[in-house]
Design a protein around this ligand. Structure first.
Ligand code: SAJ
Length: 439
């Protein structure tokens, strides 16, 4: 290995290398902090001036990065928040951590990746390593990014280096963080893989190289498609148990006693978050361009997408048994975040349940200690109400949609007329079990 690759590795090892992380979100900010803590100067680039200003002031907008962690890095000027892409001209590496959402048509939206790459291309210079971390379909790095960087006339693997390394950040995970979560990495050429491995090895405990960027892109999609499909399976098992008159939670807990060959997933009100409902569609979209239908992905999406309707069917059953209609019923939803103990409501099934109930004329309120205000499709805004005894007693039905750890489920069941528990959150509640209904 000669020239720019060797020089870059030396600069990485000596900490002379200047880094840039593009996208100061739940992936980019923790990553930038890890590299800064390892002694690198890291430009944290974001197009959102308010985020840049907040970070420069030592304020963190990412739940997994505390201000105690952030402030010293800002004060020592190891982490340098900026909206100015021209800093890339003096950088040795640029790591892209921007969103990859779906369009309304459920097709991939890689416009944020393209914008970041076009900015990098303007400042591309010999010796620069570019790494994409955003989850995307196999082929993005080499079919979209490489041509844009190659158009500068610089040669990949000789002048500049290009790799893909999927993010594996699990927001709110108390055990696994950026540094101690094994990282997959694939380079366009052998040199690309080597320099990227050298860089990440400075801040991540375990970096696992794979043979190509496409393999690395596919690894991430397998990980999240695995979850989406298994959640879809267990949601269908819930529908089966309902028809069989069986308790799906008992069945899963019993199956989970099998010490090998089984991994429990649990039914719920649907599939939320910015990863699992989205990422598999990047894979199925790519396969459609190759005339292949990814049937498991489509089927899981269909079943998971139906769960909010199933919850509403259960609401109708519960109200019918009270001789009440949905129209005019007072309903209290507990938990609107997409999963427990987070405040993120993106793609949350609670929003679908709220809208379906509002469309049927129910008077719906919600409480979520992590989400003070939400807006549902059609513009209706809701505010979290205090979870007090009177609120519970005045509701015809209380629905547990997100099973936050902070809830006192004994208190909830004690004061509610009827509880529809979509998460088996009340499994340890002894008194009042007659007032609890489950999926
Ligand atoms: N869900 C179920 N049943 C389950 C598990 C999840 O209904 O058995 C629902 C959740 O309520 C949520 C959605 O699925 O609405 C997604 O849940 P998730 O546990 O997959 O959480 P995410 O979306 O935060 O996924 C992230 C992913 N991390 C990355 O993409 C880097 C995922 O790969 C992790 O495995 C997951 O966190 C995790 O394990 O917490």
């Amino acid at each position: 290995m000669g020239g720019p690759a060797r020089a870059l590795i030396d600069r990485i090892r000596s900490r002379q290398a200047k880094l840039a992380v593009i996208g100061m979100g739940y992936v980019g900010l923790p990553l930038a902090c890890e590299f800064a803590r390892a002694g690198f100067t890291v430009h944290g680039i974001d197009v959102d001036a308010s985020k840049v200003k907040g970070l420069a002031g030592g304020r963190s907008h990412v739940q997994d990065v505390s201000e105690e962690q952030l402030r010293p890095l800002i004060q020592k000027e190891l982490l340098r928040p900026t909206a100015d892409f021209s800093v890339l001209g003096g950088c040795d590496a640029a790591i892209i951590c921007v969103p990859t959402p779906l369009r309304k048509t459920r097709d991939p939206d890689i416009s944020y990746i393209v914008a970041a790459v076009e900015a990098i291309a303007r400042f591309l210079h010999p010796g620069l390593l570019v790494v994409l971390e955003s989850t995307t379909y196999p082929g993005t790095t080499e079919e979209v990014i490489l041509p844009k960087l190659g158009a500068t006339g610089l040669k990949v693997g000789l002048d500049f280096f290009l790799a893909f390394s999927p993010e594996r950040v699990d927001p709110g995970n108390p055990r696994f963080h950026t540094r101690n979560t094994p990282k997959i990495l694939g380079g366009v050429t052998e040199n690309c893989g080597r320099v990227a491995l050298e860089l990440y090895g400075q801040s991540i405990d375990r970096v696992i190289p794979v043979s190509s960027t496409r393999a690395a892109e596919m690894v991430k999609l397998l990980e999240n498609t695995f979850r989406s499909v298994n959640i879809g399976l267990v949601n269908e098992v819930a529908l089966m148990c309902d028809r069989l008159g069986l308790n799906v939670w008992e069945v899963i807990d019993a199956a989970a006693t099998k010490p090998f060959g089984f991994m429990p997933f649990y039914p719920g009100p649907g599939l939320g978050g910015h990863c699992i409902p989205i990422d598999p569609h990047y894979l199925s979209w790519k396969l459609k361009t190759l005339n292949y239908t990814a049937r498991f992905i489509e089927l899981a999406s269909e079943i998971n997408g139906q769960m909010p309707h199933y919850v509403v069917d259960k609401v109708v059953d519960a109200l019918n048994d009270m001789r009440k209609s949905v129209r005019g019923a007072r309903i209290l939803i507990l938990g609107v975040a997409y999963k427990k103990d987070v405040g993120d409501v993106r793609e949350s099934p609670a929003l679908d349940v709220l809208k379906l109930l509002a469309d049927r004329g129910a008077e719906t309120r919600y409480n979520d200690p992590h989400a003070p205000e939400i807006a549902i499709d059609g513009g209706e805004t809701y505010h979290s109400v205090p979870l007090v005894q009177e609120e519970l007693q005045s509701a015809d039905l209380v629905i547990i949609v997100t099973n936050h750890s902070t809830y006192d489920y004994d208190f909830i069941v004690r004061h509610a007329r009827c509880v529809l528990d979509t998460r088996n959150a009340t499994r340890n509640v002894a008194a009042g079990r007659g007032r609890i209904r489950k999926l």
